[in-house]
Design a binder for this molecule. Structure first.
Ligand SMILES: NC(=O)CC[C@H](N)C(=O)O
Length: 380
């Protein structure tokens, strides 16, 4: 067991929001400065999966759970090769992690990966502020980076916005790779990596799918070069309004009628491919206990979310699209945000949330089975 002394470090740190609100605390993780979009996550477990989810690229994540780091950092729960959040905000860091899998403290891991954080601030007040005013740019400064407040605020206001950000290429693989099927191979899927989480191909592999993960820049020809039974579009960071290339590749897949499944960014891309708009939510959905109704069965599931944008599609009518009829298949019961789309005349569907559930409840695992059924149906 390792004991962190960094979590109790006396190095002063300051968090500056773009609207001028300031919180003062202590350095957590690396000492220095960082910028990003301030968002909050309500997950009470699964911080390691959150930190390593590429969809959090350029975001400073505020944890609403007051005590973070209790189970340390292990070598199994990473969703990608590195931490992607640009900053991390916690109220009360665990000083002594306790888990049979723990290898390091969270504080030491953040430091080793150069991720600047802040601890000891009122995360409840910060979350309420973001909920009232909306997600906004933020900077965290510690050690020698602390200057007078006005100078720091000016720098935060110069940082890039999340709206209009095109980020998939910054996080996705540059080389294709294959995740082999577990057990007997039944299907081949081409998965376009826009910031994919490791658990997603694993959930497919568990169902006998060999997954060919392709770079975000993959063309329709690259997709069909692997001779896929189905095509998948992943989660990913940034504004879906900028994702013109994946939208055009998806249209090519829809034209051919290959079974198609999308998660999160993939849902927003399906929305755009069908002709719907996307928009930025005031503060987004991030956590592991969001209620979603599957309108095709009426069942309510508890689900993992991480999205700041959403699809603008009519909830209570079937829409005519260039690829036939489409409808909203899933909706968030907290705020009626579109959480899923399905085509009625072609084998294609997507969800805005995270059925791979890393972290989160497994209620939505059936969606991977639905994808398998579409591929079976195409073969029959
Ligand atoms: N997890 C995701 O794929 C997020 C999609 C998109 N970047 C959003 O914030 O809405």
């Amino acid at each position: 067991m390792t004991t962190s002394t960094r979590g109790a470090a006396k190095t002063p740190a300051v968090l500056v929001l773009e609207d001028g609100r300031i919180f003062r605390g202590r350095a957590y993780g690396a000492v220095g400065e960082t910028f990003g979009e301030a968002v909050f996550s309500t997950g009470m477990t699964g911080y390691q999966e959150t930190l390593t989810d590429p969809s959090y690229h350029r975001q400073v994540v505020v944890m609403t759970a007051p005590h973070v780091g209790n189970t340390g950092v292990n070598d199994e729960d990473m969703e990608s090769k590195r931490i992607w959040v640009s900053g991390y905000v916690v109220r009360d860091p665990a000083r002594v992690p306790s888990s049979w899998r723990s290898r390091r403290t969270l504080d030491a891991e953040l430091d080793a990966q150069g991720v600047v954080g802040i601890s000891g601030i009122d995360t409840r007040a910060l979350t309420r502020h973001l909920r009232e005013r909306g997600a906004m740019r933020v900077g965290i400064f510690s050690g020698g980076a602390v200057q007078d407040d006005a100078a720091l605020l000016a720098r935060v206001q110069e940082a890039p916005q999340m709206k209009g950000a095109n980020l998939s290429a910054e996080v996705a693989t540059t080389e294709p790779y294959v995740v082999p099927a577990i057990g007997e191979k039944k299907f081949t899927v081409a998965a376009v990596d826009l910031g994919i989480k490791g658990m997603t191909p694993h959930r497919m592999a568990e169902r006998g799918i060999e997954v060919h993960v392709l770079p975000a820049t993959a063309t329709v020809e690259d997709v069909y070069a692997v001779n896929p039974d189905g095509v998948f579009f992943s989660n990913g960071p940034g504004d879906p309004a900028t994702a013109d290339h994946p939208v055009s590749v998806m249209r090519g897949v829809l034209e051919r009628g290959t079974p198609l499944f999308g998660i999160c960014f993939g849902n927003q891309i399906l929305g755009r491919a069908l002709g719907f708009g996307t928009f930025k939510l005031k503060y987004g959905h991030r956590g592991i206990n969001q209620p979603v109704q599957d309108r095709t069965t009426g069942k309510v599931e508890v689900t993992a979310h991480n999205h700041g944008f959403a699809v603008d599609a009519p909830l209570d009518q079937v829409s005519e699209t260039p690829f036939g009829r489409a409808e909203v298949s899933h909706v968030c019961l907290n705020d009626n945000v579109v959480e899923g789309l399905q085509l009625l005349d072609r084998p294609a569907f997507s969800v805005q949330y995270h059925p791979e559930a890393a972290a989160g409840p497994h209620d939505a695992a059936y969606l991977f089975d639905r994808f398998v059924s579409l591929m079976e149906g195409q073969r029959a």
